[in-house]
Design a protein around this ligand. Sequence first.
Ligand code: ADP
Ligand code: MG
Length: 228
Amino acid sequence: MSENGVKPVVELKGLTRSFEQGGVRIDVLRGVDLTIRPGEIVALLGPSGSGKSTLLQAVGLLEGGFGGEIVIAGESAEKSDSHARTMLRRNHLGFVYQFHHLLPDFDARENVILPQLVADKPREEAEARAEQLLTALGLGHRMDHRPSQLSGGEQQRVAVARGLANRPKLVLADEPTGNLDEATSDRVLAEFLALVRGEGSAALIATHNERLAQKMDRIVRLHEGVLE
Ligand code: ADP
Ligand code: MG
């Protein structure tokens, strides 16, 4: 519990990660401490290669090999077995990537429905939720389209809807508009942030773009493996 009695959505304590590259050990994360409270939108700012994606992978419980402690919604990931980690991820986290990673053979609606079925939501409820999110993102007329039939901005909007589908406490986004031109990036980011705020989710959003980071509630900077 924090001082005001609200449980943080995520706490990182002394997070470390090293890689071997050509026989040389590089310490990418050297003791990252971070607390994010419910509803807070945090920009993770740093140049290319500074470890933003590595940090998001750790928080997303997608990979092992990390030192230190990761606590999601009060539960320590290290103390959980792999099934419990999967449940933590499914119940509390949503993901948006730089490249949309949508399933090419499914339409927009189905791409937003599927993660909800995986989380055991009834089909009807999942469908209604998908349509609500896609409509909020201005894609009401594109729900039957496959990713290849959508523009880059529309594809990222579908990816945003999918990331929010299960009402995550924390959305992890890795350069979510990094693949779009500047005008589209600004628009999609604004819609993404408005939706996250409306839903009351927290978010940790990696970007190398200072101007985009300024639109969020708080900026943390990754520099030489620590946050400053
Ligand atoms: P960013 O997302 O800020 O651009 P990354 O987290 O992708 O940075 O990478 C940080 C550093 O870690 C880079 O030097 C990268 O080469 C290295 N790195 C990331 N993943 C691996 C891996 N699986 N194996 C070896 N090195 C890696
Ligand atoms: Mg990256």
